[in-house]
Each structure stands twice: as structure tokens, then as C-alpha cells.
Ligand binder design. Structure first.
Ligand code: 3HC
Length: 288
């Protein structure tokens, strides 16, 4: 398939990463077909996308008219057959091999010939997932960052089975979405999380050891290293539970102690202090 043949992008999974991917695909001019089993998730995605586009309108980088056009290109459904119109499908469903496997099984009868499937997984093996689809050579990793409409990076990860043309299409798709793609091997954490996760875990260990307060750790990294958010603030933003889950998966793959979630992180998840979305994480958001 040639890149010019791709007119419709399908997105499976309308959570926070899925919403961002839907938005950047529609902003890039594609028709976007969205599938999620949950009607509530689809409605939440519509709200998230509208709010994000409103921010761009407020900043003056998008007009009201363009916002309307972007929204008009997106259609939502709880019926997976909506994805049959897509030449390029990005999956952003729950990070569990069993869930992904079920999705691929249901996708099989609705897929057109030569359709590319890209996975936004951050923690699972692209090669393992490729082995679950009918055409592994058309399968590739395409890892976005939170918040997707703002972050300019996308990691493109070929599986062992991926054909060169598929990787090239994914790189071109990343550029079309306004991102600067990089390529990397299918290894735990790819590039960004391999560096970021140990850093986040170390920041939590500093807090656990009483070396400095959460505010001072974050201030150090913002003012001394130019980070837009401190590591603990970022953990609250991305989800303390996600940080725990991802660290634990990488640790189980690699047995590398740098990825191992500290006890404090584990306890916070148990206590439900999972970050901004819960009103409490390393900081208290209950006033907001
Ligand atoms: N669409 C969506 N979210 C937007 C947005 C838009 N158009 N504009 C801003 N945001 C978000 C911000 O994150 C934040 O949320 P809040 O209002 O609810 O507090 C708010 O909106 C802040 O906006 P500001 O205008 O104050 O901030 P900036 O626009 O200057 O910068 C930022 C926001 C780009 C998110 C910056 O803080 C940043 O770069 N932070 C670091 C993010 C990061 O490191 N992401 C990677 C996470 S790791 C990851 O994704 C791994 C993966 O495996 C999950």
C-alpha cells in the first residue's frame, strides 16, 4: 500500500491515549473511525477532544471553523465493523495481552486487504503482538506520549516480523500527525521509557528515603535541569497506577532493579492515591 492510499484511520480504544491519537489523526486531515466497547468511553473521548481543540483555539493556533472540520471527520461506534473502512488502524486498548488478542481476533473478519495495524503499547512486546495477527508483516509499534496533542515524539518500533514498507508507512504517518518520529528496536521501554521509568522510580526512592520533599525534588528537576514538569508531578499527571504497572512489567521482563517499583509507589496504588485523576497522588488536588 502507498501512503497516498490511506484516507481513513481507525482507532481502537478511546481512553486518554486513544483520544489524543484520534485528535491528531483528524487534525492531520484523515477521516477517523473510532471503536470502543464502551459508549461512556466514546462520549468521554468526544469531550476530551473538544476541550483540547478549544485550548488550541484559545491559543490562536486553530480557528473555530477548523475545530468544526476536525470534529466532523471523526465518527464513533461500539461496533467493531466501523473499522472496516480504515486502511491504517491504531490500537490503544487496555495494556493486557489477552485484551489485545481478543481485539485482533474480532478485527480479523472486518479487516480489508493490506491494512496496517499499529499498536500504541508502551509496555508489551511488539513482536509478541505481531504473532497474534494474520499478517505480522503489516504490524508495527507506534508509541505516542501523553498528552498526545502536545508531545511531538512518536516511537516507531518494528517487530521482528514487520516488513520495511510497514515501518516506513508508520514513520510517514507519524510525520503527517505533526510528530518527529524515531525508530527503535523492540525492547522493554523502547527509548523514552527505558530512560524515564528508572528516573521516575529514583525520584520516588529519594522521597521515600526522606532526602527531600516532593516539591523540592520537582523544583530541582524543573529549575536545575529544565524539565517542564518535575518527576513526581509528572507521575501524578500520567497516573501513579500506570507508573507502577509499567515499572513492574519492565522489571518482570528484565529483572533490572532500576525498573522495580518502590514500596511507596505500591502502597499509593493500594490506597487509591493514583494521581490527578483521583484527586490525590504525590500532591493533593482535592481543591481543583
Ligand atoms: N491538549 C491536551 N492537553 C493540553 C493541551 C492541549 N491542547 N494544552 C495543554 N494541555 C495540558 C497540560 O498537560 C495541563 O493540564 P491541566 O490544565 O489540566 O493542568 C495543561 O493542559 C497545562 O497546560 P499549560 O498551558 O499550563 O502548559 P503547557 O501547554 O505549557 O505545557 C505540557 C503542557 C506540554 C504537558 C508540559 O507540561 C510538558 O511537556 N510536560 C511533560 C509531559 C511529559 O513528559 N509527557 C511524557 C509522559 S511519559 C508517557 O507518556 C509514556 C507513555 O508510555 C504513557
Amino acid at each position: 500500500m502507498k501512503f497516498e492510499d490511506i484516507k481513513t484511520v481507525g482507532v481502537a480504544g478511546a481512553g486518554s491515549m486513544g483520544s489524543g491519537i484520534i485528535q491528531v489523526a483528524a487534525q492531520a486531515g484523515f477521516q477517523v473511525r473510532v471503536f470502543d466497547l464502551s459508549e461512556a468511553m466514546l462520549q468521554r473521548a468526544q469531550k476530551t477532544i473538544t476541550t483540547s481543540l478549544d485550548r488550541f483555539v484559545k491559543k490562536g493556533t486553530l480557528t473555530e471553523e477548523q475545530k468544526g472540520e476536525v470534529l466532523g471527520r471523526i465518527s464513533y461506534s461500539t461496533d467493531i465493523s466501523t473499522l472496516s473502512a480504515a486502511q491504517y488502524i491504531i490500537e490503544a486498548v487496555f495494556e493486557d495481552v489477552a485484551v489485545k488478542k481478543e481485539l485482533f481476533k474480532q478485527l480479523e473478519p472486518v479487516l480489508g486487504a493490506d491494512v496496517i495495524i499499529a499498536s500504541n503499547t508502551s509496555s508489551l512486546s511488539i513482536t509478541e503482538m505481531a504473532s497474534l495477527v494474520k499478517c505480522p508483516e503489516n504490524f508495527v509499534g507506534m508509541h505516542f506520549f501523553n498528552p498526545v496533542p502536545m508531545m511531538k515524539l512518536v516511537e516507531v518500533i518494528p517487530a521482528l516480523q514487520t516488513r520495511k514498507e510497514t515501518t516506513e508507512l508508520a514513520l510517514e504517518m507519524g510525520r503527517k500527525f505533526g510528530k518527529s518520529p524515531i525508530t527503535c528496536k523492540d525492547t522493554p521501554g523502547f527509548v523514552l521509557n527505558r530512560l524515564l521509568v528508572p528516573y521516575m522510580m529514583d525520584a520516588i526512592r529519594l522521597l521515600e528515603d526522606g532526602v527531600a520533599s516532593a516539591e523540592d525534588i520537582d523544583t530541582a528537576m524543573k529549575l536545575g535541569a529544565g524539565m517542564p514538569m518535575g518527576p513526581l508531578e509528572l507521575q501524578d499527571f500520567a497516573g501513579v497506577d500506570i507508573g507502577y504497572y509499567v515499572g513492574d512489567i519492565f522489571f518482570s521482563y528484565t529483572k533490572d532493579a532500576r525498573f522495580a517499583p518502590p514500596t511507596l509507589l505500591r502502597n499509593m496504588v493500594k490506597a487509591g492515591h493514583v494521581g490527578r485523576k483521583a484527586g490525590r497522588g504525590f500532591y493533593d488536588y482535592s481543591e481543583k
